[in-house]
Design a protein around this ligand. Structure first.
Ligand code: ASP
Length: 269
């Protein structure tokens, strides 16, 4: 059996963690430094996001000049396809999981979660919607200690909407560049889109940045992102709504399991 070796950066990382832990109180400074580095990176990201509309306008001017005005109709079609995917996923996957896993009426669920869905649709950020999502889930019967753990975790790693968007966008870009995708390429897109969505931050527009990784993996031109960048906000409104709805279904399901466990334990006593 072949043994996998850890790379040098991984060993350095492990060594650093061990050192920080061993340093105890004095290691707290490192934790604070990492936190402030995160804050600096977030601020840089926000500046880039603020400047994005200007850059996107310039990119779109070029795209329309090169491809003709008909590209606008094509983009509308792709948005329609992505929204169809979002809709089917919400109704079939989330509807069924709410009904069969949480034992809740899907209509009651969607009515209860509507404030969070509307907030997300307008903010396009899973993180920004966290407080509203928590409130909605708790009102629907989720345990506060479960929703306060599951929802932030979900806002970071559970992004079904982003994965759907990245797959649709990658296939569209392949068509634009006349690249014929094999079944293996498509399977690769599904796999990398799922992984990229896990690594996507819960902020507006992050999914489009991670799309570059999906495109690179299957050998599609990363510049293709320019074609959809101008309308990414519209994609983002739908995909983020899907993302937070998935987090809410998880919080309710886990709460239901915990409640059952507690009821069983109480019955045994
Ligand atoms: N805006 C999404 C979110 O916050 C991430 C993305 O851009 O796909 O969940």
């Amino acid at each position: 059996m072949s043994k996998r070796k850890l790379s040098l950066p991984a060993w350095i990382f492990i060594g650093m963690i061990a050192g920080v832990l061993a340093a105890g109180e004095k290691g707290v400074m490192i934790g604070k430094a990492i936190n402030s580095m995160t804050e600096v990176i977030m601020q840089i990201m926000m500046m880039i996001i603020k400047l994005t509309p200007i850059g996107v306008f310039c990119l779109m001017t070029n795209v329309v000049a090169v491809n003709g005005a008909s590209i606008v109709g094509t983009l509308a079609l792709v948005i329609g396809v992505a929204y169809l995917g979002y809709f089917l996923h919400i109704v079939i996957v989330y509807g069924a999981s709410v009904k069969f896993l949480s034992g809740m009426n899907p209509f009651a669920f969607f009515k209860g979660i509507a404030p969070a869905m509307i907030t997300t649709f307008t903010t396009t950020s899973s993180n920004a919607t966290l407080p509203v999502n928590m409130e909605c889930c708790n009102k629907l019967g989720a345990e506060p200690e479960i929703s306060s753990f599951v929802l932030p975790l979900g806002a970071t790693i559970n992004m079904d909407g982003t994965a759907i968007y990245q797959a649709v966008a990658a296939i569209f870009i392949a068509c634009c560049y006349d690249v014929t995708l094999t079944i293996a390429d498509m399977a690769m897109i599904v796999l990398t889109a799922t992984l990229a969505s896990v690594g996507t931050a819960g902020v507006s527009g992050a999914g489009m940045i991670m799309l570059a990784m999906v495109l690179e993996t299957v050998g599609l031109p990363v510049e293709g992102i320019a074609i959809i960048a101008g309308v990414d906000k519209i994609f983002d409104m739908g995909r983020t709504t899907l993302n937070i709805t998935g987090d809410a279904t998880c919080a309710l399901w886990i709460s239901k399991m915990e409640q059952k466990k507690k009821a069983k334990a109480a019955a045994v006593k």
